[in-house]
Design a protein around this ligand. Structure first.
Ligand code: PLP
Length: 420
């Protein structure tokens, strides 16, 4: 199936007489005829037992997203933050380190630099354009993974997935890619060598600003038996001595995340949330096409406006990442544009306050046009140095183009320029 068809038909398999739409199984538990049956499920979870481990509605959505990304299996979480956290904790213990590029979502930078540090996991941040030699020098013997973001929020630089995947694999460690902004409609990182893909489904996948969520997708391709990851090849005493790589083969990573991390941390999404996420996924391909078309028009307008110092939109000819975007994002670079308004921080807030159609909100990738000022909102916790490293200017505005008629969006920008 092509990806547009997968959006509608993957995941929930309808049999004769089944409901046409994905049913919401609003139940935490499942009943069985015998004690032995449940005991067997604890040994080998082949059926639904308790919704923290698996739920049919959530399961269908996980299968759909795994298919869209071209992965082997997926696990949904309550938020993108939970997905980032668990994707790392599944591979690292206290004393380990991770290598991450500095151009990441602000929440991820904070998670890695502050909270993981408290857990004893060190994050080595590197410039996304660092040479292979610089990357090699930054690596430590206990570095367990490399982490990047396809289209960085909000700097909008395009991550060179293939180069980082080759680097990671040369060092026998996996590459994890946050693919939130492109969604699998615009980029499928696994095709370029990524081993694990994560998302904040809160953004385009949900698409309607209804509910938070996250997902971790396992490509099924990484060799966990290469000697670097003993927790995959030695018995897990907390789970009946199972050896993940032997029992679960190419979905060992996701099963381990589910059986250890979801079991213990419990950040599982509600069936109702999964149902809503599925509605978003059904129209994802159609929506992404329109976001890209509208955003390109807006980016071209901004580029030619005398009110604007600079525009970042990798789909725009002349953008620093235009060539790389042609490789990784040939069908468009999402609806998100970052631009630096002339007049700095003060003009940026005046412009934002003057907008009438676009809403000021702490969100991005909404179905409606929305706008945010990273320096005073999402990236407020970063130092000036970290702001620069993350590619953020104090006058930077993150403009998330929605699905309105693009002429209305342009009119709103024009009047806000005039009134700020
Ligand atoms: C929003 C976002 C996250 C965090 O997701 P939440 O669902 O808000 O927890 C992670 N990565 C990227 C790229 C994001 O845009």
């Amino acid at each position: 199936m092509k990806i547009e068809t997968q959006c509608l038909h993957e995941g929930y398999e309808r049999k004769n007489g089944d409901p046409g739409a994905l049913p919401i199984v609003q139940s935490t538990t499942y009943v069985f005829d015998s004690t032995q049956h449940i005991a067997d499920l604890f040994d080998m979870p082949t059926e639904y037992m308790y919704s923290r481990f698996a739920n049919p509605t959530v399961d269908a959505v996980e299968k759909k997203i795994a298919a869209l990304e071209g992965g082997a299996a997926a696990m949904c979480t309550t938020s993108g933050q939970a997905a980032s956290l668990l994707s790392v904790l599944n591979l690292c213990n206290a004393g380990d380190s991770i290598l991450a590029v500095s151009s990441l979502y602000g929440g991820t930078i904070n998670l890695f630099a502050v909270s993981l540090k408290k857990l004893g996991i060190k994050c080595i941040f590197v410039d996304p354009e660092a040479t292979d030699e610089e990357l090699q020098n930054a690596l430590e013997p206990n570095t367990k993974l490399v982490f990047g973001e396809t289209l960085a929020n909000p700097a909008l630089n395009v991550f060179d997935i293939e180069r980082f995947a080759n680097f990671a694999h040369k060092n026998k460690i996996p590459l994890i890619v946050d693919n939130t902004f492109p969604t699998p409609i615009l980029c499928r990182p696994i095709e370029f060598g990524a081993d694990i893909v994560i998302h904040s489904t809160t953004k385009y996948m949900d698409g309607h600003a209804l509910q938070g969520g996250g997902v971790i997708v396992d490509s099924g391709k990484f060799d966990w038996t290469n000697g670097k990851f003993p927790e995959f090849t030695e018995p897990d005493e907390s789970y009946h001595g199972v050896v993940y790589s032997e029992t679960f083969g190419n979905i060992a990573y996701i099963i381990k995340a589910r059986m250890q991390l979801m079991r213990d941390f419990g950040c599982y999404p509600a069936a109702n949330s999964a149902f809503l996420l599925n509605l978003g996924l059904e129209t994802l391909a159609v929506r992404m096409e329109r976001y890209c078309k509208n955003a390109l028009t807006v980016a071209e307008f901004l580029k030619n406006s005398e009110n604007v110092e600079s525009v970042s939109y990798p789909g725009l000819e002349g953008d620093k990442y235009y060539e790389r975007a042609k490789k990784y994002l040939p069908n468009g670079t999402s609806g998100v544009i970052s631009f630096v308004i002339k007049g700095g921080r003060e003009r940026a807030t005046r412009f934002m306050d003057a907008l009438k159609l676009a809403s000021r909100e702490v969100h991005v990738a909404d179905i409606r046009t929305c706008v945010l000022h990273p320096a005073s909102m999402t990236h407020r916790q970063l130092t000036d140095e970290q702001l620069v490293a993350a590619g953020i200017n104090a006058g930077l505005i993150r403009f998330s183009v929605g699905l309105e008629n693009v002429d209305d969006i342009l009119d709103d920008i024009k009047q806000a320029f005039a009134n700020s």
